[in-house]
Write a protein that binds this ligand. Structure first.
Ligand SMILES: NC(=O)C1=CN([C@@H]2O[C@H](COP(=O)(O)OP(=O)(O)OC[C@H]3O[C@@H](n4cnc5c(N)ncnc54)[C@H](O)[C@@H]3O)[C@@H](O)[C@H]2O)[C@H](O)CC1
Ligand SMILES: [K+]
Length: 480
C-alpha cells in the first residue's frame, strides 16, 4: 500500500537512481495496453480519454501498444496546456505517428464515440477537489456508455488515498494502478490490477531527494522554536545541535545549560539564546522548570548533547521524559534512559551503534553491518514505541512499521559532532513534519551536506562545516 504523496517521493528517488519518469510512463502505458487486451480482442474500438497531466501521458503511451485495435484519443484541453514534458512528448509522438486524435476544449462538444472499451486517462493522483469541466462532463459520458471502462492508476475524480470523490467520478470496471496498491482503491467496486512499472526497490528502501519533498513542497513552521537541554561536561555538542536546528529551519534556538558553561556555549554562536541554570550539571531539581519552559514556549526539545552521564544527570533525563509530553529528539547521554521511562512525549532517538546496544537494541559488531540488521532495528523501534535513527556507515531509520536506510554521507562523517548536527537538524524539521519523516529528512540531509562539502575537498571534515551546507542539502540542489 502506498499513498500518493509517497508515490511521488519514490518516483523522484527512482529518477535520482537513473530511472526517469518517462521510462516509468512507458511501463505504465504498456501495462494499460495489457489491461485492454485482457478485456477486448484486437480490432475492438478503444476510446482513450486523456487529461493534461501524466495520467494523460500514460494514456498516450498505451495507444502505441494497441496498433491492432481501433483506437481514438480525446485530449480534454488544448495541447498547449499539457502540463508535463513527458506527457507532451508522448502526445507529439501520436500526432507525428498519425494516430486518430482530437482535442476537446468545450465540454458541450464532447461526444464519446461508439466503442467497446474506454480508457480513463483523465486524472490520477494529481486530482484536487471535484472534477472541473470538461472532465466532469466526460466522466458522465463515460459512466453512461456501456463500454468496458479501464481506469489508469485511479478512476478520475477519486482520491487515491481515501477512495472518496468530491463530485462526479468515473465508475471503472477495472483499474490498473502502478507500483503498489493505493489505499483508496480497496473500497471501489472495480477489479484492481497492480502493475510493476520497474521502480527500483532502492527508491523506496533508501532515503533520497524524494524523501525531502515534504520540506521542499511544504510550508515550514514559520515560528519554530527548538530548545536544546544539553551541556555540562561538554559544550560543543549543544552548540552544534542548536545551530543545526536553525539551519534546518527553526526560527529560534535555545540552549538550557549549567551556569558555569553557559557563557562558553553562547560564545560559540551569537545566533543561539543560551539560558543558564544552577549547578555544574543537569540534575533532578532543574527538571520542573525545564519541562515547564519547554511545554510553554517550544516546539521541539533536543535532550542529551553534552550532558555527560553522571547519576544525577541520568536521573534528571529520566524525570524530564516522564514529565514531558511534547516532541523531543533524544541523543547521546540521555538515550539509555528512554527504554526505562514511560513517557507521553513523541521521541526521535538517534543512537550510534554502541548506544543502540546500550538501549537494548541489536548488538552490531561493525559500522558496515548495521543496515543488514534493519529488521531487528525495526522490531526494536516497535518495542520502544518511538522513531529510532540507528547511525553507522549506512543509517537505519524506523518507526517500528516503516524502515528506510540512508546511504548519504562520506567517510569523513565519523568525525565527532556529526551526531549533534543530525539531532539538531531533526529537531528543526520536527517542528513542521512528523517524527518519522523528520528523521528520514534530517538523516539524508546531514549526509548530503557532507557529500556537498566533499565535492570541494576530501577528508578533514568538521561537524561544524556541515552547518552551512545543511540548507543546500535540505532545500535541494539535486533534482527531486
Ligand atoms: N510511479 C508512478 O505511479 C507513475 C505514475 N504516473 C502517472 O502520473 C499520474 C500523476 O500525474 P500528475 O501529472 O501528477 O497528475 P494527474 O495527471 O493525475 O492530474 C494533474 C492534471 O489534472 C488537472 N486537475 C487536477 N485536479 C483537477 C480537477 N479536479 N478537475 C480537472 N482537472 C484537474 C491538473 O491541472 C493537472 O493538469 C499518476 O496517476 C499516474 O497515472 C506516471 O506516468 C509515471 C510514474
Ligand atoms: K484515471
Amino acid at each position: 500500500m502506498i499513498s500518493s504523496e509517497r508515490m511521488a517521493q519514490v518516483d523522484a528517488n527512482a529518477a535520482a537512481l537513473g530511472v526517469p519518469r518517462k521510462q516509468l510512463m512507458e511501463s505504465s502505458g504498456n501495462a494499460v495496453a495489457r489491461e485492454v487486451r485482457a478485456v477486448a480482442d484486437p480490432g475492438a474500438r478503444v476510446a482513450v480519454v486523456t487529461g493534461r497531466g501524466n495520467n494523460g501521458g500514460d494514456g498516450f503511451v498505451a495507444v502505441r501498444f494497441l496498433d491492432d485495435y481501433d483506437t481514438s484519443v480525446h485530449l480534454l484541453g488544448r495541447e498547449e496546456t499539457i502540463a508535463t514534458d513527458i506527457a507532451r512528448e508522448n502526445w507529439a509522438a501520436l500526432r507525428r505517428g498519425d494516430y486518430a486524435t482530437e482535442t476537446v476544449t468545450d465540454s458541450r462538444a464532447f461526444e464519446l464515440p461508439e466503442c467497446d472499451v474506454v480508457v480513463d486517462a483523465m486524472l490520477g493522483t494529481g486530482v484536487t477537489g471535484a472534477l472541473r469541466e470538461p472532465e466532469a462532463t466526460a466522466a458522465e459520458r463515460i459512466n453512461e456508455s456501456d463500454a468496458t471502462v479501464v481506469a489508469v492508476d485511479v478512476p478520475s475524480g477519486v482520491d487515491a488515498n481515501t477512495g472518496d470523490a468530491d463530485g462526479t467520478a468515473v465508475e471503472a470496471d477495472r483499474v490498473v494502478t502502478f507500483h503498489d496498491r493505493k489505499p483508496g482503491l480497496d473500497s471501489l467496486d472495480a477489479e484492481v490490477a497492480v502493475a510493476d512499472i520497474g521502480v527500483p526497490a532502492a527508491a523506496e528502501r533508501f532515503v533520497g531527494p524524494g524523501d525531502m519533498l515534504p520540506v521542499r513542497q511544504g510550508s515550514g513552521a514559520d515560528d519554530a522554536r527548538v530548545y536544546v537541554v544539553g551541556g555540562g561536561p561538554y559544550t560543543g555538542a549543544p552548540a552544534l545541535a542548536a545551530q543545526a536546528a536553525l539551519r534546518a529551519g527553526a526560527n529560534l534556538s535555545f540552549v538550557a545549560a549549567p551556569g558555569p558553561v553557559a557563557p562558553q556555549i553562547q560564545g560559540y554562536a551569537e545566533d543561539l539564546i543560551v539560558q543558564s541554570y544552577e549547578g555544574e550539571r543537569l540534575d533532578p531539581e532543574q527538571v520542573p522548570d525545564l519541562v515547564d519552559t519547554a511545554e510553554s514556549y517550544d516546539d521541539v526539545v533536543v535532550l542529551g548533547p553534552g550532558l555527560g552521564n553522571a547519576d544525577e544527570t541520568l536521573e534528571a533525563a529520566e524525570r524530564f521524559l516522564a514529565e514531558f509530553s511534547g516532541r523531543a529528539v533524544v541523543d547521546a547521554d540521555a538515550l539509555p534512559v528512554v527504554p526505562e521511562v514511560e513517557t507521553d512525549a513523541t521521541l526521535v532517538c538517534t543512537p550510534n551503534r554502541k548506544e543502540l546496544a546500550k538501549m537494548g537494541g541489536p548488538e552490531v559488531e561493525s559500522a558496515d553491518a548495521l543496515a543488514d540488521r534493519a529488521d531487528e532495528i525495526e522490531a526494536f523501534a516497535a518495542e520502544l514505541g518511538h522513531v529510532v535513527v540507528a547511525k553507522a556507515e549506512d543509517d537505519v531509520i524506523s518507526d517500528g512499521e516503516r524502515t528506510r536506510v540512508s546511504k548519504a554521507g562520506t567517510s569523513g562523517m565519523t568525525v565527532g559532532g556529526t551526531g549533534d548536527t543530525l539531532a539538531g537538524a531533526t529537531a528543526g524539521l520536527f517542528a513542521a513534519h512528523d517524527a518519522f519523516e523528520s528523521a528520514c529528512m534530517a538523516t539524508y540531509a546531514n549526509g548530503r551536506a557532507a557529500e556537498l562539502l566533499d565535492e570541494e575537498r576530501h577528508d578533514g571534515l568538521l561537524a561544524s562545516d556541515l552547518l552551512d551546507a545543511l540548507p543546500r542539502a535540505i532545500w535541494g540542489d539535486d533534482d527531486a
